[in-house]
Design a binder for this molecule. Structure first.
Ligand SMILES: *Cc1c(COP(=O)(O)O)cnc(C)c1O
Length: 388
């Protein structure tokens, strides 16, 4: 990949220069006053990003999958029942993780590109009375956004802890942890949080921490155990150094830099920018005559789009787009992976980045002998971007 390529995949994304500078700094000691302050600030600011008034943040070296694993390890005891509202590949991964810790898992599925109906979810909650329910706010394999607010409210009604996989959503898609009654939200650094890969992030509600404290069985995973991590997070929040396992110092400094940028923009402005950028991209794909995976427009995510190749075009389109310096991703859902592509539009993404992407897609389609009005996608995107 050339140094000037534009990375428009669902993570890692394009990172802000200030974030990359933090990555390249000489590494201070993890117990130095400067680092203690940076880590404490990052933990405090995470609450503002998750819109969680009283959540307990965790920042641990690892990827998004580790964040999911940690949530499951600390909340599941053998024989607990769990409901997984599946919208694709990553929801199914959550089901596998929960099973690994001994949960009896009910997976609710819908056709690719849609979300199980609230009736189906309610029925499963009523019959299994699960300890927890997981939803994937944005399923990166399908570009489908679930209605987390509604699903979390249903979960609460039936006494289930509501666990949200926010890996492709948090800090981009609208999310209000306290207001929506979400107990656990996990994410990773390399998506809308805007930090290179390597941090597993979680925000636990007081109720989720009580559920952890009330466990009868020890957490069967040493590295994941909150008993090891909670005192560390609390210490840094109180601006005291502490040690369980060496923190990824530069990544935490980069997180501090990125959270400053995110909160400098403001969460409401950030949600709006993501909505408009997504709408612009999705309007462009419509104008080009391309069909999208989500089965209705209201299910389309604000952070990523999944688009079918039109007839006569295949995955060689990706290489053509790349030859114009824009990197987009292929399909991920096993049964239809070769039939669609995905474009991430989150974090620092600008109107200019989006137009460059739409332009490169148009040029790729043109070179694939697909018939369309050249410029129609750009024009549709421009119409929406006027409002940015
Ligand atoms: C990327 C992603 C994951 C996995 O994160 P990794 O950092 O790759 O482990 C999980 N869930 C969703 C929704 C994702 O987008």
């Amino acid at each position: 990949m050339s140094e000037r390529d534009l990375l428009m995949i669902p993570g890692p994304i394009e990172f802000e220069p200030a974030v990359l500078r933090a990555m390249g700094r000489p590494t201070p000691s993890h117990v130095s006053p400067e680092f203690v302050e940076a880590f404490g600030e990052a933990l405090d600011r995470l609450r503002e990003v998750f819109l969680s008034e009283d959540g307990q943040p965790f920042v641990i070296a690892g990827s998004g999958t580790l964040a999911m694993d940690i949530a499951a390890a600390n909340l599941v005891e053998p024989g607990d029942s769990a409901v997984v509202v599946s919208t694709g590949y990553f929801s199914d991964r959550f089901a596998d993780i929960l099973k690994r810790y001994g949960a009896d898992v009910t997976v609710l599925r819908a056709e690719p590109g849609s979300v199980p109906s609230s009736d189906v979810v309610e029925q499963a909650l009523a019959t299994t009375r699960p300890r927890l329910m997981t939803t994937t706010q944005v399923d990166t394999s399908t570009g489908v956004a679930a209605n987390v607010e509604e699903l979390a409210a249903l979960g609460q009604e039936y006494g289930a802890l509501s666990v949200v996989d926010g890996v492709c959503a948090t800090a981009g898609a609208e999310f209000r942890q306290t207001d929506w009654g979400v107990d656990v939200c996990v994410t990773a650094s390399q998506k809308a949080i805007g930090v290179p890969p390597g941090l597993a992030l979680a925000m636990m509600s007081p109720k989720a921490m009580e559920a952890f404290e009330a466990r009868k069985v020890e957490v069967p995973n040493y590295y994941a155990d909150f008993a090891n991590w909670l005192p560390i997070m609390q210490a840094y929040q109180a601006r005291r150094p502490s040690y369980f396992a060496t923190p990824p110092v530069n990544l935490v400094l980069a997180l501090q830099a990125s959270l400053r940028i995110i909160l400098g923009e403001g969460m409401e402005a950030r949600f709006r920018r993501h909505r408009l950028i997504a709408r612009a991209f999705q309007a462009a794909m419509e104008a080009l005559g391309l069909r999208q995976l989500p089965t209705s427009p209201d299910l389309r995510a604000p952070t990523i789009s999944a688009v079918y190749y039109p007839d006569g075009v295949d995955s060689s389109l990706l290489g053509k787009i790349r030859s114009d310096g824009v990197v987009v991703a292929g399909g991920l859902l096993p049964q239809i992976a070769g039939r669609y592509f995905r474009v991430g539009h989150m974090g620092a993404v600008s109107a200019g980045d989006l137009l460059a992407t739409v332009g490169a897609i148009e040029r790729g389609l043109q070179r694939s002998d697909y018939e369309f009005d050249l410029g129609a996608g750009l024009e549709a995107a421009q119409r929406v971007l006027e409002r940015l």
